[in-house]
Design a protein around this ligand. Structure first.
Ligand code: N01
Length: 520
């Protein structure tokens, strides 16, 4: 790996310093996944060491720390699903598994000495801005507080598992596992397993669970479109070339970037997307022997409306004698079984819920109180929809930044590209503010409103809105607050610098002495 090595024991002095009851820093980062790590690295590179990274888990990695179900892997190519500034010539396969990505994250964390800035098992439960002092106070679940000038919400939208509310669920006597909270100690050998949901996670673990379980019933509400996965392993020679000639690795990354980026075209031309559907239907019928089952696996909405999944081993799983596909709805859960809407009853020792995440920040942040300028409360401001400017700043909440905020998700390329663009933008905001000698910046409401009105207008023509499906990209009323509806280089261009005229710039009214217990 160019540049990624393990290092360095934590600086115990700094660690001790971080654990005081109330701590004051220039920047607080919430979340230790790819976003928080990128932010921390760029702060250090800019010579800003006065920051803390608050992570609710006990390790770095976010999604890749928590999601460890069998077969967990990334469906974006490894050379794209890694930082542009921390290339890894040693990726074993075109698409990496969770463990390899997790190892990469640990390597980057150690190389940049980030553990000494990190407070693990530290859940942030609220954030409040004091406009006189120009400081934020972050409330922690353990009762402590962190006072900061800026804070960056890098918790990501896919971290609160969604549990369906099936009738009788509480009566079930067997084991219940959510895909995002896999219990590796539970032995499925010989067990009757019912798996609910057929999204990105399910299609990855179903082939593995099928091999282990006595019987596996896959409950499908809506079939996903699945394309073949280019499973290639990188040869020793390729890795050597990538290490010896980093320009080759960068060229390879560029090629992957451009080929992914080309997939933005059908998003705006659903008729183009439809052209690929006959080949994918043929793929299903080629891989699944039973014709009735194959027909059930064919989606009825336009390709791309929901996230396009990639797999070579999901469809063949349905050729196994111990696997069945059920397309009836779940009517009721009983002590040892599940009853479907057609009245059939399936015995179950274990229910695996692959029912996704609560993605709407209005719901998953309902217990996370954020108050900004006087009279501003994020729950109120977002009552109709979560809105930000460039997915990063929210009017009325000065010096608060979000990574992978509203309308920054992607259906076609690597989210890490978006994160790097956002981090560059945040660094530019912090730097400009310091240069001006101001205390806080706040995006103008009319700038934010115009931006979102235009975005929603542009989203209207996309396959996500017109493809005949509902997905987690949309909130309940159909509005899409999740995805960026353009090429990613357009996002990079928009976030390259902070435009002075988009923001109000302010000095603090009061100066608060830099000492602990400034609040609380
Ligand atoms: O969740 P999902 P996921 N009764 O929301 C079904 C990322 N990811 O955890 O389609 C019955 O996709 C629901 O049915 P329907 C990626 O961005 C990335 O798999 O709503 N079924 C659906 O089938 C992905 O999009 C990787 O009709 C119910 C499923 O549950 C995101 O995470 C890997 C139901 C939920 O699928 C989420 O993926 C894995 C109910 N009551 C995940 N409620 C990479 O490779 C829900 N469903 C990068």
């Amino acid at each position: 790996v160019t540049g990624v090595q393990t290092c360095a024991l934590p600086d115990l002095t700094s660690q001790a310093r971080i654990n005081v009851k109330t701590r004051r820093v220039k920047v607080a980062i919430v979340g230790g996944g790819f976003g928080g790590i990128c932010m921390a690295i760029k702060l250090r590179e800019a010579g800003i060491d006065d920051f803390v990274l608050l992570e609710k888990g006990s390790g770095m990695g976010g999604t890749w720390y928590h999601n460890s179900y069998p077969g967990a892997a990334c469906d974006v190519q490894s050379h794209m699903y890694s930082f542009s500034f921390e290339g890894n010539p040693d990726w074993s396969h075109r698409y990496s598994g969770q463990q390899e990505i997790h190892n990469y994250i640990q390597g980057v964390t150690d190389k940049h000495g980030l553990r000494q800035y990190t407070r693990f098992n530290s859940e942030v439960t609220g954030a409040h801005f004091d406009d006189k002092a120009a400081l934020w106070t972050l409330d922690m679940a353990d009762g402590s507080q962190v006072v900061c000038q800026h804070w960056v919400l890098a918790s990501g939208p896919l971290h609160v598992p969604s549990f369906p509310d099936f009738k009788g669920m509480e009566n079930f006597k067997g084991k219940i596992i959510h895909s995002a909270q896999w219990d590796h100690d539970y032995d499925m050998a010989g067990k009757k397993v019912v798996s609910i949901g057929t999204g990105a996670s399910a299609i990855q673990y179903v082939p593995h669970v099928a091999k282990e379980a006595g019987q596996l019933t896959v409950v499908q509400r809506t079939p996903p479109w699945i394309i073949p996965r280019d499973e290639r392993a990188y040869s020793g020679l390729s890795k050597w070339m990538f290490r010896r000639f980093p320009a080759l690795r960068k060229l390879h990354r560029l090629r992957l970037y451009l080929s992914n980026e080309a997939r933005v075209v059908p998003i705006f031309n659903p008729r183009l997307a439809k052209l690929a559907e006959p080949a994918l239907k043929a793929f299903i019928h080629y891989q699944v022997k039973d014709k009735a089952t194959a027909r059930k696996l064919v989606p009825s909405y336009t390709l791309g409306c929901k996230r396009i999944l990639i797999s070579n081993n999901y469809y063949p799983t349905f050729n196994r004698d111990n696997v069945a596909l059920v397309t009836e709805g779940v009517k009721e859960i009983r002590e040892n079984s599940i009853v479907f809407s057609d009245g059939t009853e399936q015995q179950a020792d274990c229910l695996v819920l692959c029912t996704g995440f609560i993605v709407d920040p209005r719901i998953y942040m309902k217990d996370f109180e954020i108050t900004g300028l006087p009279g501003r409360r994020l729950q109120d401001d977002w009552k109709d929809a979560a809105e930000a400017y460039l997915g990063t700043t929210v009017s009325g909440y000065p010096n608060m930044f979000q990574l992978v905020g509203p309308n920054t998700g992607l259906g076609h390329n690597s989210i890490i590209f978006m994160i790097e663009s956002q981090v560059r933008y945040i660094m530019d905001a912090i730097t400009k503010l310091d240069k001006r000698g101001d205390a806080w910046l706040d995006v103008k409401q009319d700038v934010q409103d115009r931006y979102n009105d235009k975005l929603q207008e542009e989203l209207k023509g996309t396959v996500w809105q017109n493809g005949g499906c509902m997905s987690w990209y949309q909130q309940a009323d159909g509005r899409n607050t999740a995805l960026w509806p353009h090429a990613t280089f357009q996002f990079m261009a928009r976030t390259w610098t902070v435009s002075m005229k988009d923001y109000h710039w302010h000095t603090a009214v009061e100066s608060v002495p830099v000492k602990e217990a400034a609040v609380g």
